[in-house]
Design a protein around this ligand. Structure first.
Ligand code: PEP
Ligand code: MN
Length: 335
């Protein structure tokens, strides 16, 4: 439930409403707005009786919140969330491209690719140091050494970095070295990890699970917000579907639906949806046309030698060409 206060409600009246919410055993989340303050009621296991608040001084309305994702939904926050990062913003009309290899393989590899994607206009460098691989025999990443390489990339180029955390231990390290903590598709419902990401002070890039419904995905984001971290970027990366022609099915409908349901920004990963590089540019263009807030794209200077996801990694010149095409789709709205 959302308690909307009168325009001229005093702070004592607002405090009294918050105190009543807390006395009922729930959590009060005051949301000062331009015109009036609203107070969200959180952690209530069932419906709350609006009559409990309607006769309190300064209360204008008690609006039931119909969606289970209270903090993530538009009912409690109407305006789009803009994620502020050092020197950069993402969300609303601020569009950002993240690019880099699937995995950090060496300092030489990471720096070479970082310079190429930066020259093409990417602002954030991606690269996994902890790789959640289907096979235990596949390349698992450089762990902390990979994070140190990412920190070096930031130092040398000024690009921000995003990298995945796969468990509590890696999350602590990723939060220390990286600008954005990535939670991958395979961990979207790892609730312990989501809660820990919610306690971190860095923004979180939350990928959609392999077969997660939109509601499950938004509820995963709710875990992070409910722990106090409001800086969540949703990432559509395709879901399991029939057919061998692509690795996953890119669900473009999530872009407008997420914008309708949530104030959080949504970016798209066409690389993991495609699984093959020839499909990456058309999927990227489609995602931009559908209104996403950014892209995360795998690029490798020697994809045939890549230790993971080489087949879906763009060559740097293909990435540069795609960036030029994308600029035309977003005239004026780019950073
Ligand atoms: C990745 O970004 O390299 C990755 C493993 O992605 P996902 O979690 O979407 O499969
Ligand atoms: Mn990958």
């Amino acid at each position: 439930m959302l308690i909307v206060m009168d325009k001229d409600a005093t702070s004592a009246q607002i405090d009294a409403v918050a105190a009543k919410i807390e006395a009922l055993g729930y959590v009060a989340q005051p949301m000062p707005g331009g015109e009036r303050t609203a107070i969200g009621i959180l952690r209530n296991p069932g419906p709350v009786d609006p009559a409990l608040f309607l006769d309190m001084p300064g209360v204008s309305q008690a609006i039931p919140v119909s969606r289970p994702y209270k903090l993530v939904g538009r009912e409690m926050q109407r305006e789009d969330t803009v994620i502020s990062l050092p020197g950069l913003e993402l969300g609303r009309d601020r569009f950002v491209v993240m690019a880099g290899p699937c995995a950090v393989e060496s300092e030489t590899q990471a720096l070479a690719i970082a310079r190429m994607v930066q020259a093409a206009g990417a602002k954030i460098f991606r690269g996994g140091a902890f790789k959640p691989r289907t096979s235990p025999y596949s390349y698992q990443g450089l762990a902390e050494e990979g994070l140190k390489i990412l920190a070096k990339v930031r130092e040398e180029t000024g690009l921000l970095v995003v990298t995945e955390a796969v468990d509590p231990c890696s999350l602590e390290l990723v939060a220390k070295y990286s600008d954005i903590i990535q939670i991958g598709a395979r961990n979207m419902q790892n609730f312990t990890l989501l809660r820990l990401a919610g306690q971190a002070t860095k923004p979180v890039l939350l990928k959609r699970g392999m077969s997660a419904t939109l509601e499950e995905w938004l509820m995963a984001a709710e875990y992070i917000l409910s722990e106090g971290n409001p800086r969540v970027i949703l990432c559509e990366r395709g879901i399991r579907a029939i057919g061998e022609h692509a690795r996953n099915l890119l669900d473009l409908a999530t872009i407008p639906v997420v914008h309708k349901e949530s104030h959080l920004p949504i970016i798209v990963d066409p690389s993991h949806a495609a699984g093959r590089r020839d499909l990456v540019p058309p999927l990227a263009r489609a995602a931009v046309a559908a209104g996403c807030d950014g892209l995360i794209i795998e690029v490798h200077h020697e994809p045939e030698k890549a230790l993971s996801d080489g087949a879906q990694s763009l060559y740097p010149n293909q990435f540069a060409g795609l960036m030029e095409e994308l600029q035309k789709l977003r005239p004026g709205g780019w950073q």
